[in-house]
Design a protein around this ligand. Sequence first.
Ligand SMILES: *Cc1c(COP(=O)(O)O)cnc(C)c1O
Length: 386
Amino acid sequence: MRMIPYGRQNLSEDDIRSVVDVLRSDWLTQGPTVARFEAAIAKYVGSQYAVAVSSGTAALHLGCRALGLKRGGMLWTSPNTFVASANCAFYCNGDVSFVDIGKDTFNISPTALEKKLIEAKQRGQLPDILVPVHFAGQPCDMKEIFALAKEYDCKIVEDASHAIGAEYHDSKIGSCQYSELTTFSFHPVKLMTTGEGGAITTNDKGIYDKLMMLRSHGIIRDPDRMNGTSEGDWYYQQLDLGYNYRITDIQAALGISQLSRLDQFLKKRQTLVRRYHNKLSHLPVKLPIVRDARTSAWHLYVIRVDEKKTGKTRGEVFAALRKSGVGVNVHYIPVHTHPYYAKKGFQKGDYPVSEKYYEEAISIPIFYDMTEDEQDRVIRALEQAL
Ligand SMILES: *Cc1c(COP(=O)(O)O)cnc(C)c1O
């Protein structure tokens, strides 16, 4: 039997048609479709501006650059994330440290954050940027984090790679009500896709202008922003060291079409989540919690295997599930435990809540195309594995 994946994109005939339309047009890269995609993202999340880029990683890197992170600067994120949330600081020659997660939220803990900020202030080593990651699609405690950021004078980059469409109080993640900017990823395993791709949203015109410039080599064409006067219509100037982080019109066309289907994607995920909650509640595993005043985008459905309750390790349950054709995965290996980070002085034991969570976590399949039959197969496999 075919392995049921933990996540998978869905492409419709409409998605394919929009891409083909661009292929037949005059523009392949960075043309009118990218601008339309950006307008659609900003409208959907409720931000003033959106900048589409080549990946979620590029979005994080540009975000750090636009906020001025450089040598001697410091970024804090939680260890329970993909390495890109932290690596972006090193790209800017800055430094990284971590704040442990909450025991049940798997997101950065505001209590741990406050404690670390107090200590950092005493040492005169406050961070420049905080990167709260809306893990699995569940929004972080943004009000608390925002208040701390104001008090300690740090900027906030929300890593919303898992959370396009998620809601926090009265706004969508990406509206940047509690941050300087928010980044998204459109990798095929995420909630919607452009192949590779990402975006940044912000309400700050200055940040927006910087992002647009850095996305394309640090070059500007607007005579008003030039040093001295323009030498003619061909003229441009490089004002800063930027990159080629452009997304193509081909990808943006897919993005527009996928974004128009996002609410449908999210609704299906909620249905699958309700079924998992109901049908797994009798098992001796911990299910993900649903928190007040927020709607998760349910990028991942993570169960936790407590060896004391199940008599089986996470590794044993994981192997049994894979053996019965269920494509489970683990999110995430705590970033600070990777060899690259160990070389920088981080050690096992530094962030015990993330490490304990990691020892127990299994992401079970959840994706738009998943049928009830497939979901029942996952549930049966889990019952047997336990
Ligand atoms: C996927 C992901 C990224 C990186 O996005 P890419 O588009 O793959 O570069 C960053 N942070 C988190 C939390 C992610 O899940």
